[in-house]
Design a protein around this ligand. Structure first.
Ligand code: FES
Length: 145
């Protein structure tokens, strides 16, 4: 039996010092800025440390990189998603964040942090001071990907 929390619908689990595990009872779509589909799957792992050689996907590089991503989170911009349905679509912005549209439940692996959103921006450069959300730090850290 898994010890991770589980939620219905679309989910994004923020692994401590690891990737974003995106899951759906239907499908998660990852696309580029032009809307070209990169991947469709029920579960996939997206890099948030900024060091994967297979961006936007996790390749395990966070284990060697000393990625600072252990913290729990609070979401000041949580939204009520009840009554909303649809796919989780994640758009990879060049040299910047992952934009997502839901509805989706975000949670830490411990279950101590949770939020629900219809849309938002997630850090994939590793430099945000408000992980897992983008705070614009990618502009100053020279992130490429
Ligand atoms: S992608 Fe990391 S702060 Fe924006």
């Amino acid at each position: 039996m898994s010890d991770k929390p589980s939620y219905p619908g679309n989910t994004i689990m923020v692994r401590p010092a690891g990737p974003l595990i995106c899951g759906s009872e239907k499908v998660v779509v990852v696309q580029d800025e032009q809307g070209n589909v990169i991947e469709r799957a029920q579960e996939l792992a997206l890099c948030r440390c900024g060091r994967s050689k297979n961006k936007p996907f996790c390749d395990g590089s966070h284990k060697q990189s000393g990625f600072d991503g252990e913290q729990e989170f609070r979401d000041e911009r949580a939204e009520n998603i009840s009554g909303h349905t649809g796919e989780l679509v994640i758009t990879v912005k060049p040299n910047a964040m992952l934009m997502f549209t839901g509805p989706v439940t975000l949670f830490s692996r411990s279950g101590n942090s949770t939020s629900t959103r219809l849309r938002g921006a997630l850090c994939r450069c590793g430099g945000s001071q408000n992980k897992p959300f983008c705070d614009g730090s990618h502009k100053g850290c020279g992130f490429r990907g």
